[in-house]
Design a protein around this ligand. Structure first.
Ligand code: NI
Length: 174
């Protein structure tokens, strides 16, 4: 495995449409392994292949909604598509390709995603809360869309801590 360079905002490849993965070969597996290492190293909750310069439909999402005592784990999704979305959440969102910038983005609270694994086997996975947000955000990357284009408002640096606290409060108070 190797760390890959994460492209940032001014890189035109981030604004391009990514193509379907058709070969579930060694090259794909190396890409996914490298993306995994890069995501863990960067401490993010998701990473899309175009962010490391590969215009193919492959993303990783960190599942953080795990029972206490269990480890968070990374979900690999090849050719993902959202097949069901409901509810709504509105909160701060950032991106490894847009360092230190956060914006308020509206997303579904729950999504179901259909994808293939690294061997081409189809599966479905659901996400709620942050995981649903990450699925939407990463799949947007495959269309060349950054969160900046869907954010309703970009946060001032001094606001950054505040909305997250508010969100946590909201969750605790039914
Ligand atoms: Ni991103």
């Amino acid at each position: 495995m190797a760390l890959r360079n994460i492209l940032t905002q001014e890189e035109p490849r981030l604004l391009k449409h990514s193509r379907m993965v058709t070969d579930f070969n060694e090259r794909l597996h190396i890409l996914l392994d490298d993306m995994r290492e890069t995501l863990i190293h960067a401490g993010g909750v998701g990473l899309a292949a175009p962010q490391v310069g590969v215009l193919r439909r492959a993303v990783l999402v960190l599942e953080t909604n795990v029972p206490e005592g269990e480890d968070e784990y990374i979900i690999e999704l090849v050719n993902p598509e959202i097949v069901e979305a409901d509810g709504e959440q509105f909160g701060p969102e950032g991106c490894l390709s847009v360092p230190d910038v956060y914006g308020m983005v509206r997303r579904p609270e729950h999504v179901r995603v259909r994808a293939q694994d690294r061997y081409g086997k189809p599966f479905e996975v659901e996400g709620v809360g942050l995981t649903a947000r990450a699925f939407c955000h990463e799949i947007d990357h495959l269309e060349g869309k950054l969160f900046l284009s869907v954010a309703e408002r970009i946060l001032d640096p001094e606001e950054l801590a505040e909305p997250e606290e508010e969100a946590a409060d909201t969750e605790e108070t039914d």
